[in-house]
Design a protein around this ligand. Structure first.
Ligand SMILES: [Zn+2]
Length: 346
């Protein structure tokens, strides 16, 4: 007996994910930062503030692979972002029309955002992690060191996906410290995701190893589906990528179903239809909420900017920044001081 046709049927959906070694190094670093914050209430803004760049910054972008026509398209697509906030992206276009390139052998940063096309999937490090040398393993393709990729757009030189501008904007928003809208703790996604299999589901895989409906038409849940091809995610990775972020330092806005940061999942991922968690935007253009978020993180002159600078100055003093030469600093401590000093404008 074959299962009836159904547009909720699982398709081979490759989810965006950072390499495991990158996630592992972020978790070690974040645990260290959270301990610092717990030990001193005055540092409560530390964690989110450290992820974003200093408002008014010019971030350099460089490419590994691809030609000038592609680079120009990507640069054009990011203009919606820079038009909405106080950050500039410098693609280093020269008189001959060539864009800035970076190389895996670089020992100094050619660019804060290092784009590649040769890794699997689409992903980006989040905000200042792109220049954090504690992120990723030395020698790995992806990480925060000068010769490591920070943002990947698989296959763009060969064929541009139909919604490629949305993908570019989604990944560049990560590079500007945005996280996923479906992990917004005020949002409906966690409650509406079908985490578990339909009752009585018999694990059934197609020839490629993807979990599909069983012969009675029952669906795999998200954990089972993502454990199969083409993702092969263990439970912890599913939780890291899809569960609500409960970080007390994380300050989400209201849930925004039009955001380019909200994934379009297959129908079987949701309990309800249509799901309140399903995107209502076109997946290409920034929503008003995305633009509000950008202005919050990267305001122009005014009280918003004064708040950010003031918090950074307070944090710098609490961390004993002025005495830093008096004792030996760990790489984590050095990095925090560097970021706070930059934000404070010292
Ligand atoms: Zn993403």
């Amino acid at each position: 007996m074959s299962a009836p046709a159904d547009d909720r049927a699982p398709k081979a959906l490759v989810l965006e994910a950072l390499p495991d070694a990158v996630i592992a190094s972020m978790e070690v670093r974040d645990a260290w930062r959270n301990r610092i914050v717990e030990s001193d209430e005055g540092l409560e803004f530390l964690v989110t503030d450290l992820a974003s760049w200093r408002p008014g910054s010019t971030l350099r972008v460089a490419f590994l692979g691809g030609d000038s026509a592609l680079h120009a398209k990507i640069a054009d697509a990011t203009r919606q972002i820079t038009d909405a906030c106080n950050i500039a992206l410098d693609f280093g276009r020269d008189a001959a029309g060539e864009f800035r390139r970076w190389h895996p052998g670089d020992t100094a940063y050619s660019a804060e955002i290092r784009v590649s096309f040769d890794q699997g999937g689409f992903f980006s490090l989040v905000g200042t992690d792109s220049t954090d040398s504690t992120i990723g393993r030395p020698g790995d393709p992806v990480g925060g060191r000068p010769g490591q990729r920070s943002l990947n757009l698989e296959g763009f030189p060969t064929v541009l996906p139909p919604d490629w501008q949305g993908t570019v904007r989604h990944e560049f928003l990560h590079a500007l410290a945005f996280s996923h809208e479906h992990q917004n703790m005020r949002g409906p996604c966690e409650d509406d995701f079908r985490w578990e299999d339909d009752p009585g589901y018999l694990p059934t895989q197609d020839a490629s190893g993807m979990f599909v409906r069983d012969e009675s038409g029952r669906y795999p849940g998200i954990y089972t589906y993502l454990a199969g091809e083409p993702n092969r995610w263990p439970r912890a990775k599913v939780d890291h990528n899809l569960r609500t972020v409960e970080d007390p330092n994380f300050v989400p806005g209201p849930f925004d179903p039009e955001s380019v940061m909200l994934y379009q999942f297959d129908g079987f991922f949701y309990k309800s239809s249509p799901s309140r968690c399903a995107p209502t935007g076109n997946g290409i253009d920034l929503s008003d909420g995305d633009k509000r978020g950008l202005r919050l993180l990267y305001p122009g002159q005014g009280p918003g900017l004064d708040d950010i600078t003031g918090r950074a100055k307070d944090t710098f003093e609490r961390l004993g920044g002025a005495d830093e030469s008096a004792f030996e600093l760990s790489p984590f401590e050095e990095r925090v001081l560097e970021l706070v000093r930059a934000k404070a404008g010292f």
